[in-house]
Write a protein that binds this ligand. Structure first.
Ligand code: SF4
Ligand code: SF4
Length: 134
């Protein structure tokens, strides 16, 4: 089993086509949609984690290439210095995916799986302890 986090760009011509349905059906992969910004008839994008057998994920990405659907692989990830964190919560207010939340004890929680690597939290942290890991 492998996972790839990707941003799929939908052109006007592709919006409305059952691309994700076909990927699931043909290649037996699973989609975990993290963020969608698509309106019918106009351009948009979908950030998703695609998972399945390594060959199936590779074939699914190849299929996107064949359809000339553009996508971007996320190879970066966000890291933070947990010991230095003061649990102020500033980063949670800008996080669009809910990857950063406060728990019942007012401690910061980071769900890496939900992270879109948008980097908004980096600017929001007053003590600069969030960074991008390449
Ligand atoms: S980069 Fe930061 S703000 Fe953006 S989704 Fe990830 S945790 Fe949230
Ligand atoms: S903004 Fe920085 S210090 Fe504040 S909770 Fe987030 S990571 Fe911790």
């Amino acid at each position: 089993m492998t996972k790839a986090k990707i941003k799929i760009y939908f052109s006007k011509g592709n919006v409305g086509k059952p691309i994700t349905y076909e990927l699931v059906k043909k290649y037996d992969v699973m989609f975990n949609i993290l963020h969608a910004d698509i309106n019918y008839g106009s351009e948009g994008n979908l950030i998703t984690e695609i998972s399945g057998e390594e060959k199936n994920v590779a074939d699914a990405l190849k299929y996107l290439d064949e359809l000339d659907v553009k996508y971007k692989m996320y190879t970066k990830s966000i890291i933070r210095d947990e010991d230095a964190c003061i649990d102020c919560g500033s980063c949670t207010s800008v996080c669009p995916s809910g990857a950063l939340t406060m728990n019942d004890n007012d401690e910061l929680q980071f769900d890496k799986e939900k992270c879109l690597v948008c980097e908004l939290c980096i600017k929001a942290c007053p003590i600069g302890i969030i960074k991008v890991e390449l």
